[in-house]
Ligand binder design. Structure first.
Ligand SMILES: [Zn+2]
Length: 277
């Protein structure tokens, strides 16, 4: 969608909303909005919207067995999961890295998948780790890496695995803060409305994931992410000289149910409508 505006010299210029929003979320990569839009920006670039994300090489990921599918479009939803592992007390980055390696080993060697299933993992210490191969590059380009985390919906959903089991325990503040940062970054990059885009695994599949306690925190998460997104939009609107908003997206089905418990098992991850994992 384009919007007409006048620049300082009175000429009409076209402001592409997608370009504006993409640029905001990409500033961590050094993209300067003014350069892309032909308008001046105070300070040249915005504050980085992307939180620190440890790369696959940081945590010692194995290479994927097969080429990972990357779709040239944005996902429609961010799916919140729990890892169905212990509520560990180790908050170090090295523990987070070891968790990512353990999940990748399970997904590749036990499940026979090409790679770790989810696109992002967050530890109880709040460390954010890249998951499936190509994820950071794809997010930066507004594209979607097809994962294996939500059955029949992997073609349009990005999965975040949050360390722990939250059926009766609540997730720590450090984890929720990082989850908020991550969702705000993703909503800006992909132009997703937090109220509609942020869902739990149980909203799509028959599963208890992400646990009653974490699931109950999703309304607050959506609200906090929404505040962040609006702050960024206000900032952008002031700079661009036009009122910007995120576009409407379709709503999602709600299918909450219960399930069995096992380490790393948090519900259906693949279905007949998904590509090869
Ligand atoms: Zn799940």
């Amino acid at each position: 969608m384009n919007e007409e505006r006048r620049d300082e010299s009175g000429r009409h210029t076209q402001v592409d909303r997608r370009t504006v929003l993409r640029a905001t979320a990409l500033t961590a990569g050094g993209v300067v909005l003014g350069g892309m839009m032909g308008i001046s920006t105070p300070g040249g670039a915005f504050a980085a919207a992307r939180p620190k994300v440890y790369t696959r090489s940081d945590w010692g990921a194995r290479n994927p067995k097969n080429k990972i599918d990357v779709l040239g479009r944005a996902p429609t939803h961010i799916v919140v999961h729990h890892t169905a592992t212990a509520n560990a007390s180790d908050v170090s980055a090295s523990h987070a890295a070891a968790l990512s390696r353990a999940i990748q080993r399970h997904h590749m060697d036990s499940n026979g998948w090409s790679d770790i299933g989810q696109q992002l993992t967050i530890s109880r210490g709040g460390h954010i780790m890249e998951g499936r191969d190509q994820t950071l590059r794809a997010v930066g380009a507004g594209h979607h890496v097809v994962g294996a985390h939500t059955a029949n919906h992997n073609g349009h959903t990005l999965g975040i695995e949050n360390e722990g089991t939250y059926d009766s325990a609540s997730p720590p503040r450090t984890l929720m803060d990082s989850l908020t940062d991550t969702c705000a970054w993703l909503c800006l990059v992909y132009r997703l409305e937090p109220d509609k885009a942020i869902v739990g695994h149980r909203d799509f599949n028959t599963t208890g994931c992400p646990g009653d306690r974490l699931y109950a925190l999703l309304p607050r998460l959506r609200k906090n992410v929404g505040k962040r997104v609006q702050e960024q939009l206000r900032h952008l609107s002031a700079v661009a000289g036009t009122q910007l908003s995120l576009e409407e997206l379709p709503t999602y089905p709600a299918v909450p149910q219960a399930e069995r418990a096992a380490v790393f098992y948090h519900g259906p991850t693949l279905g007949g409508r998904d590509a090869s994992p």
